[in-house]
Design a protein around this ligand. Structure first.
Ligand SMILES: Nc1ncnc2c1ncn2[C@@H]1O[C@H](COP(=O)(O)OP(=O)(O)O)[C@@H](O)[C@H]1O
Ligand SMILES: C=C(OP(=O)(O)O)C(=O)O
Length: 551
């Protein structure tokens, strides 16, 4: 079937011009020519809205999303509640039911809108997943070349998949279509809707944060993989020189990207993976790193990627008085959060000189649960047993950091099951059971690594340094924190095993109580957080899922 016929069949589009499978250079040129000024309607008029830097035709593209959408539009995210999936999907505030009766009329209206405008669309055929056993063909269809370039950077360009036409997902990205909540059954003008029955994703209205293009597909993978008994994970992954694999689960901003980009270990990926019978493999072909306050010495791989041709820099403001076309990306002010805290860089895995062959690796020896505790009370590192792992995995505690989700402007406590509740399309117990089985089979060790605050809560204490976090992580990876190598002290409130020594880290910070001026204030704060864990356990009924309480 021709592309035209396929898009008429799937989406009802007719007679449109498709710019299909352009190269990155072509997409870059198209973005400069066509997205300029169409994006960020209220941007400074004298500035083009998407442009190249001094690296000329091949330099990074700087992109500005709509000012109301510099993070994921959580309140506007839905799945169509078809009867065959209704019992399986885990409905929650950030993944809501979309009335099936509204879906087809809405899709027809979107198609009519595009047919009427008669504008060209960008169509990029890529794949989600590096392992042919589960990879899903992913067709991005959208109005903006920038998003098409992002999709090409972030997904896998070629993988042999059996019967691709029967597996293909199509994501239609139409920022120019504004929903009418009353007519369309949405909550606002924008909507991100997943239709599992027909394998369609719809991104409508002011939902033009690039992250939507990847996280929507991640949600899909989180639905599909458990159906074949395999585990999708919101984690980064890398592998050491001895073939020792590690995965790092964590919510946004907890350090997956930062800590996995280690010059001494091969990267498998920074955000979304599968753990299957064959080991760990990446869903993505690129990384999407946060740029705010980037410490270029601590994060050299990300810093170097800033200058890589074809990358997309998102929402970093221009330097005052300097045209972007003359700006070296290394000179950008990465502390500038005047547009958003959630400034980003999308780069292909190839921008990292140290990537594992085929973005795949072995079964992990070490599993890291990352948390960024803004209360300042969890230990920087704790060693978990099987019971602790399940408890902390389904609890998914962290501080939500400002920026990544629309409306979050300061750190706040979050319990996000499986360290990715917004994207976990099925119930947490589904993922927890597969994880427990795989960990047991492969005898993986597990630590809880806190990249959050030490010496007091956010505002009083300081975020633990990346240097110390890396030293703790490396010690765990080397086995230096295993029970036969080091003594542990028990945390009386959280019932966690805290190592008493670690190479490269002052011992006194390993027990967080020592880092507070006022130990009784620490005890109170620790009890407050423990009570939040307990409430979350009770509210979400984890007992009924067979998860044992550990605190
Ligand atoms: N100790 C630490 N460990 C990891 N990241 C830290 C630490 N302290 C500060 N950070 C910052 O926190 C952010 C972590 O973001 P990132 O690695 O992109 O998280 P994720 O990939 O999990 O969304 C980065 O901006 C990093 O510089
Ligand atoms: C891109 C996102 O994820 P992360 O911050 O984990 O990269 C996101 O949540 O929008």
């Amino acid at each position: 079937m021709t592309l035209n016929a396929e898009l008429t069949n799937t989406l009802g589009l007719e007679g449109l011009e498709y710019r299909h499978n352009l190269t990155k250079n072509q997409l870059f040129d198209e973005a400069l020519a066509n997205d300029r000024g169409r994006i960020r309607a209220d941007g400074p008029d004298d500035e083009p809205k998407a442009y190249a830097t001094a690296l000329g035709n091949e330099g990074p593209l700087v992109y500005y999303s709509d000012p109301s959408c510099t993070g994921r539009p959580v309140q506007d995210t839905f799945a169509v509640a078809w009867p065959e999936i209704e019992d399986k999907v885990w409905w929650k505030s950030d993944f809501q039911k979309f009335d099936p009766d509204h879906f087809e009329p809405l899709l027809e209206r979107v198609a009519a809108h595009l047919n009427e405008r008669g504008q060209h669309l960008y169509v990029q055929d890529v794949y989600c997943g590096w392992d042919p056993a589960y990879a899903v063909p992913y067709r991005f269809v959208g109005e903006f070349a920038t998003h098409a370039l992002f999709a090409t950077n972030m997904f896998v360009e070629q993988i042999e998949v059996d019967n691709p036409d029967d597996k293909r997902w199509t994501l239609l990205n139409v920022p120019s279509f504004h929903c009418d909540p009353e007519r369309d059954g949405t909550k606002s003008q924008r909507a991100v809707i997943v239709d599992i029955r027909n394998r369609i994703g719809l991104v409508l209205g002011r939902a033009d944060y690039c992250g939507v293009v990847k996280k929507t597909m991640f949600t899909v993978m989180n639905y599909l993989l458990p159906e074949i008994g395999e585990l999708p994970m919101h984690c980064s992954a890398n592998v050491g020189s001895q073939g020792d694999g590690a995965i790092l689960f964590g919510l946004s901003g907890t350090g997956k990207t930062t800590l996995s980009a280690d010059p001494d270990r091969e990267l498998i990926g920074d955000d979304e993976h599968a753990w299957t019978a064959d080991g760990v493999s990446n869903f993505e072909g690129g990384c999407y790193a946060k740029l705010i306050d980037l410490d270029k010495d601590a994060e050299p791989v990300i810093a170097a990627a800033l200058s890589t041709p074809g990358c997309v820099i998102e929402n970093v403001p221009p330097l005052p008085g300097k045209p972007m076309s003359e700006t070296d990306p290394q000179d950008l002010d990465l502390t500038d959060d005047s547009i958003t805290e959630n400034t980003r860089l999308s780069y292909p895995l190839s921008a990292n000189p140290n990537v594992a062959e085929g973005a795949r690796g072995p079964h992990p020896e070490t599993i890291v649960l990352l948390t960024a505790d803004a209360f300042g009370v969890l230990p920087p590192v704790s060693v978990l047993d099987a019971k602790d792992v399940m408890y902390h995995f389904v609890s998914g505690f962290t501080a939500k950091l400002a920026g990544t989700e629309v409306g979050v402007t300061e750190p706040k406590a979050a319990f996000s099951a499986c360290f990715g509740s917004p994207f976990m399309a099925q119930k947490p117990s589904v993922y927890a059971e597969i994880l427990a089985r795989k960990m047991k089979t492969h005898k993986a060790r597990c630590i809880l690594l806190n990249t959050g605050w030490s010496g007091g809560p956010h505002g009083i204490g300081k975020r633990i340094s990346i240097k110390h976090t890396r030293a703790l992580l490396n010690a765990a990876l080397n086995g230096d924190l295993d029970a036969d190598k080091v003594d542990y002290e028990n945390h009386p409130v959280f019932n966690l095993a805290m190592p008493t020594a670690c190479p490269g880290v002052p011992s006194e910070i390993l027990n967080p109580r020592n880092t507070w001026h006022d130990a009784s204030a620490y005890d109170k704060q620790a009890e407050k957080l423990r009570d939040m864990f307990r409430d979350n356990y009770k509210t979400k009924n984890f007992d009924a899922l067979g998860i044992e309480a550990v605190m």
